[in-house]
Design a protein around this ligand. Structure first.
Ligand code: SF4
Length: 331
């Protein structure tokens, strides 16, 4: 009994907290910050609308594969070349409605007090600058919002948008979330990413030079990638001095380009063991200042084709936490 208590104390003493984004925010703001995901209709992506490619990234579920959905949805889609955005008022209302709805859920469930608005769906800098300004300013005007996080692609960032975000960052917490996925150009071509490692490096560097916070999204299990390649992508991401990382496993959902490859036997999903091992190795390599925003992802409905271990995200998180504890890391 005494020995076991001693061991427990020793373990506790040697265990280090992983810098999760929750810990990062609590340290910076003295309380928990709740992210409120927002999806504004009318936004799309240059990889879907034909500007860069059609069909989107091979894992992306989008309207290109659902003609029925396409017919029901409004035809109007934004891009930076649109002269006028006739739907801006609706989009601003939509933003407010979505924010208030999620805020009240978070308040009731967790007694949430402070929030960050997260522009999550599609490419949230792929619109005329005036539209972006109006949406970002509206989000920042809501009570108890400490900042915004903008999900986008590196080929959809511009110096003008960075100018504006740099101004906002003088008063508020501003994050840009870039989908990096891999630093191997052959992989990026294979997944129809429409972006390349040079552009990724260039815009992450520029964003960091403006003093903005950058979160990089990485995908493990991309076609033909070995663990060495995944960890090399991580090293290159760390070298860009990003502030945070989100790790995702690649899974196949119906109605995507990847479905065809999977059905033809041309794509084998990553195993759960390899994914967990790679995430643990990645977190061990992170410098102390880089936070972790996500360690896995999953989808618990019948659109998931493979791997089936991605059905239960909760289960995965527990397994990864356990594997990290073995390395004396507490997630
Ligand atoms: S960049 Fe994002 S929205 Fe665009 S196709 Fe890829 S996953 Fe889909």
């Amino acid at each position: 009994m005494t020995i076991s208590l001693h061991n427990k104390q020793l373990l506790k003493k040697n265990t280090k907290d992983v810098l999760t984004i929750g810990r990062y925010f609590r340290k910076k703001f003295g309380e928990t910050i709740y992210k409120v995901p927002i999806s504004i209709s009318g936004f799309t992506c240059p990889n879907i609308d034909g500007t860069v490619a059609r069909g989107g990234c091979s894992f992306c579920e989008n309207d290109s594969f659902s003609p029925n959905l396409q017919e029901k949805k409004p035809k109007f889609k934004l891009n930076p070349r649109v002269k006028e955005n006739p739907y801006l008022d609706n989009q601003l209302k939509q933003l407010e409605l979505q924010f208030n709805a999620t805020k009240s859920v978070l308040k009731n469930k967790f007694n949430a007090q402070k929030y960050m608005v997260y522009f999550q769906s599609f490419t949230n800098t792929y619109a005329p600058l005036e539209t972006l300004k109006a949406l970002y300013l509206k989000a920042l005007s809501f009570d108890n919002v400490i900042g915004i996080s903008i999900g986008t692609r590196t080929d959809c960032m511009t110096d003008e948008i960075l100018d504006f975000l740099e101004e906002l960052a003088k008063e508020k917490e501003i994050w840009v979330e870039y989908g990096v996925q891999s630093f191997y150009d052959e992989t990026l071509v294979k997944i129809n990413r429409g972006d390349n490692s040079a552009t990724i490096k260039k815009w992450i560097t520029k964003t960091k030079q403006r003093g903005l916070n950058v979160c990089a999204h990485l995908i493990y299990g991309l076609p033909n990638e070995t663990q060495e390649m995944m960890l090399n992508t991580l090293e290159q991401t760390i070298a860009l001095d990003v502030d945070s990382i989100k790790f995702h496993p690649l899974y196949v959902v119906k109605n995507t380009l990847l479905t065809n490859e999977y059905n033809k036997g041309e794509f084998t999903p990553i195993s759960e063991e390899l994914y967990i091992d790679t995430v643990v190795k990645s977190i061990k390599r992170l410098p102390e200042n880089i936070s972790v925003q996500r360690i896995t992802a999953g989808i618990n409905d019948d659109t998931l084709l493979a791997p089936l271990w991605c059905k239960n995200k909760h289960n995965q998180i527990e397994k990864i936490k356990k594997a990290l504890l073995k390395e004396n890391l507490k997630y």
